[in-house]
Design a protein around this ligand. Sequence first.
Ligand SMILES: [Zn+2]
Length: 192
Amino acid sequence: MAALTSTQVLDLFRRVGALLEGHFKLSSGLHSPGFMQSALVLQHPREAEALGAALAAAVRPLGPDLVMSPALGGIVIGQEVARALDVPAIFAERQDGALALRRGFTVAPGARVLVVEDVVTTGGSTRETMDVATRAGGVVVGAGSIIDRSGGNQGLSVPYSSLAQVAFPTYQPDACPLCAAGSTAIKPGSRA
Ligand SMILES: [Zn+2]
């Protein structure tokens, strides 16, 4: 159950429409041959639980006491990783633009914190969550995500695990080779 190959993870994403391949106009305005929306997988509790168990298996040797995720994207998978590790899961959320712990969440002094996200692209929100954990008194022992979109460039200073790697190029519309080939970019999800 806990052993999920990268191929199985990506097949799961494709099956529920969370990983689309074609020609897309992203919310950034850029065009891309691929689109991902992990919430479409995580809406299914059994799949979320299986992904959490698989990620937990990879990070268990780090001995985390606590999982911390950035809201909103990291909350569901953070909860599921924590369930599998049998540790608490808390989340940081934006307040005046910066991630912070709210709702009475605390970190015990010296607690071994694992930062969990759905997708890591630049590593920016992971780093920001690591800073929140450190300022709260924890020791960040690692980070994990379902999907690694960083192309190996996330630059995190702690051990990092993912279940699958995905790399989709993005293009300015006027430099998009898919447009040049004559196809039209569609908004993800509009493929009825
Ligand atoms: Zn295009």
